[in-house]
Design a binder for this molecule. Structure first.
Ligand code: THU
Length: 130
């Protein structure tokens, strides 16, 4: 699976000296391009960024616009779930039925959808009063 290979490879490049928890993310856009990201921590801890945020930034920087599928991998006991902020970031660029595969490096996988991850998502429609 291309996304699994891409996320596994980019995870090795994570900069995680504080948590020692490396995360890799890969997404396939709706035009079929794969974009990757890893977590990049900072000594000022809240300034660190998640793997998913990196992959989304890479997609946007490449001029790509929409997510068709996402995969996240870490060395965790159970398949690593995106944090709350990343769930909202993914939902910005993915339809509710988009598949998000959560993985461990020893082969466990859990398949979810964007809707599973963020029920009741806040969208632009909630700001529409007209
Ligand atoms: N992290 C991610 O990159 N993605 C996730 O889905 C969960 C958490 C990172 C943030 C931080 O660098 C480290 O994992 C520990 O929280």
């Amino acid at each position: 699976m291309a996304l699994l290979q891409a996320a596994t490879a980019v995870r090795e490049r994570a900069y995680a000296p504080y948590s020692r928890f490396k995360v890799g993310a890969a997404l396939r856009s709706t035009i079929g391009t794969v974009h990757v990201g890893c977590n990049v921590e900072n000594v000022a801890y809240p300034e660190g960024t998640c793997a998913e945020a990196g992959a989304i930034a890479a997609m946007i920087a490449a001029g790509d616009t929409a997510i068709a599928e996402v995969l996240v991998i870490a060395d965790s006991p159970d398949p690593v779930p995106p944090c709350g902020g990343c769930r909202q970031k993914i939902a910005e660029f993915a339809a509710q039925d988009v598949r998000v595969t959560l993985c461990t490096i020893d082969g466990k996988q859990k398949v979810m959808t964007v809707a599973d991850l963020l029920p009741g998502v806040f969208t632009a429609a909630h700001m529409d009063r007209t």
